[in-house]
Design a protein around this ligand. Sequence first.
Ligand code: SAM
Length: 286
Amino acid sequence: MPQAQGSLYVIATPIGNLADFSLRAIETLKDVDLICAEDTRHARTLLQHYGISTHCSSLHQHNEQHASEGLIEKIKQGTSIAIISDAGTPLISDPGMPLVALAHSAGIKVSPIPGACALIAALSASGLAVSNFSFLGFLPRTSSSRQTLFKEQLNTPHTWVFYESCHRIAACIEDLSCILPAGHEVSIAREITKLHETIIKSSIEEMLLLVNEDSNMRRGEFVVMVSPKPIEKKPDTLNEQQLKTLKCLLKECSMKTAVSLAVEITGARKKLLYQTALELSEHNQA
Ligand code: SAM
C-alpha cells in the first residue's frame, strides 16, 4: 500500500516572551518528523525550553528554493514537516514562501498554527484605527527611496505599517517627518513582549524629538505605524461666493433649478444648498 502523504505545518513562535507559544504549536513540533528552522541554533533555545527533540534542519533564504524542492519530495513520501522562523509567523518578512507555494502545487495539505506576529501585536496596542491596514514589510535602505514610498502612501485611506531595525529607525522617522504634515499621528511599538516593551502614539514631530533625544528609542526591534490622512470634512455652511451665487439663481429660477445649477457652479453639497434655499425663502416670506 502506498504510504500516505505527509503534511506541512506553518508554526508561529514567540517574538520575545517564550511563554507566548501555543499548546498546539508545542504538540505539533513534538509530533512532526522534521522541523525546518530559519536558524537551527536560534531554534534550539526554544525547542529545548519546551522539551522538543524533533530533528531540526535549516531553511534560510540562501538555500530556500533548492531545499524546498527536496522537502516536498519528502512530504510526498509521508514525512510531516513543520516550518518555523526565528520569531513570529513564518513567511511574514521571513523565509518559507517557496516551500508553501510548492506544497500547494503538489496538492499537499498546509496547516497554519497561529501565534505571535509583531505587526498584529503592534497594531492591536497602537491606539490607531486598525480595522483596515496595509503592511509594507521592510522599507528600502536609502533615504530617497523611503521618502518616495512615503509620498506614495500619503493618500492611503487606512493605517500603514512596516518593520524597522535599530540601525535605521532614526533616519526612517526623520524621513517620515519630511513627508507627513505636522500633527499627523504615528505609533511605534518597540521590543514587544520583552523587558523594555514601549508602545507610543504621538504626532510625527513629537515622535521625531523622542527618537532623537532618547537613545533607548533607537535600540531593539521596531514596528512603525502611520495613521491615514484625516478625511477632509466638507463645511456645513456655504461660503460667501456660494451664497451669492445661490441668491442670484433663486431670483431667476425655481428653487429646484437654482439648486441644481448652484451644485454645478459652486461644487457645494446639494443638501446644504437646498437647506439654505429653504431658509432664504422662509426668511423672505416672514
Ligand atoms: N515573522 C516575524 C513576525 O511575524 O512578526 C517578523 C520577522 S522580521 C525578520 C523581524 C522584524 O519584525 C524586526 O526587525 C522588527 O521590525 C519586527 N519585530 C519582530 N519582533 C519584534 C518585537 N518583539 N518588537 C517589535 N518588533 C518586532
